[in-house]
Design a protein around this ligand. Structure first.
Ligand SMILES: C[S@@+](CC[C@H](N)C(=O)[O-])C[C@H]1O[C@@H](n2cnc3c(N)ncnc32)[C@H](O)[C@@H]1O
Length: 236
């Protein structure tokens, strides 16, 4: 099967993201909610959302930053951004902007943003290290980067998750059936085949890359599933 570029792939499959029904999956809701909790947007802040897709994070954070704040979402796919713009219009939101382009090409001066967030997008970037350097570069001092991703579970992390699951088997079973629903709906169908260059990275690998890019206080926030985590780090 021919490999599609990020733009072509997401233009083709945008319809599966539109309507934001993925928020119905527990793991996805966990990611979005946890990123926002960790980013803790405040009135007047400027937030950059890398790979904004249908703008779910941007829309949810819009009210928290208020009229004096700004959310800027970047995405390669015009179709995904079309849905994002529609969501902003439907919500009557005045403080959300979108820009079409590659995350890799961003070029913002220092102190442009208080926070950078990105959900389920960095794994499509070839050189994650240089994107992390750019993300740090555009933050203000004490600004924060918050990343949500599927990961290759690494041993240390997996152990902790298994311990957590043993403590709460009911929650773990619920999470597994939710995951199965995701696979059954076919939303991820064909992705791996068509996108063999997608990066696979573990939580600890990404933590090391964030530290190499100059972030401090880098932490891994685990969900109940080994594949799903949020990482955050601070620019000092
Ligand atoms: C799986 S979707 C996630 C969208 C959104 N962040 C969310 O949580 O629903 C990934 C998005 O990232 C965008 N994307 C992936 N790699 C990109 C890149 N290198 N440059 C720009 N956009 C990218 C895709 O077009 C797609 O809209």
């Amino acid at each position: 099967m021919k490999s599609l570029g990020v733009k072509e792939y997401f233009d083709k499959y945008a319809k599966e993201y539109i309507g934001q029904e993925r928020y119905g999956f527990k793991w996805y809701k966990w990611l979005v909610d946890e990123i926002i909790r960790e980013a803790s947007p405040r009135k007047g802040q400027r937030i950059l959302d890398l790979g904004t897709g249908t703008g779910i994070l941007a829309v949810k954070m819009s009210r928290q930053v208020g009229g004096g704040g700004l959310i800027l979402g970047i995405d390669a796919s015009g179709k995904m951004l079309g849905a994002a713009r529609q969501a902003v219009k439907n919500g009557g939101l005045k403080n959300v902007r979108f820009r079409r382009g590659l995350i890799e090409d961003m070029d913002f001066p220092p102190d442009s943003f208080d926070t950078v967030v990105t959900n389920l997008a960095l794994d499509h970037v070839q050189d994650i290290g240089s994107v992390l350097v750019k993300a740090r570069g555009c933050l203000r001092r004490n600004g924060r980067l918050v990343i949500g991703l599927f990961f290759m579970p690494e041993e240390a992390h997996l152990d902790a998750v298994l311990r957590m699951r043993r403590r709460n088997p009911l929650k773990a079973r619920e999470a597994d059936s939710d995951w199965q629903d995701f696979i059954n709906t076919g939303v991820s169908e064909g992705y791996r085949d068509q996108h063999p260059e997608e990066r696979e990275i573990g939580q600890l690998g990404l933590k090391r890359l964030m530290e190499k890019a100059g972030f401090v206080n880098v932490k891994i926030i685990m969900s109940y599933k080994p594949e799903v985590s949020v990482l955050s780090g601070v620019k000092r």
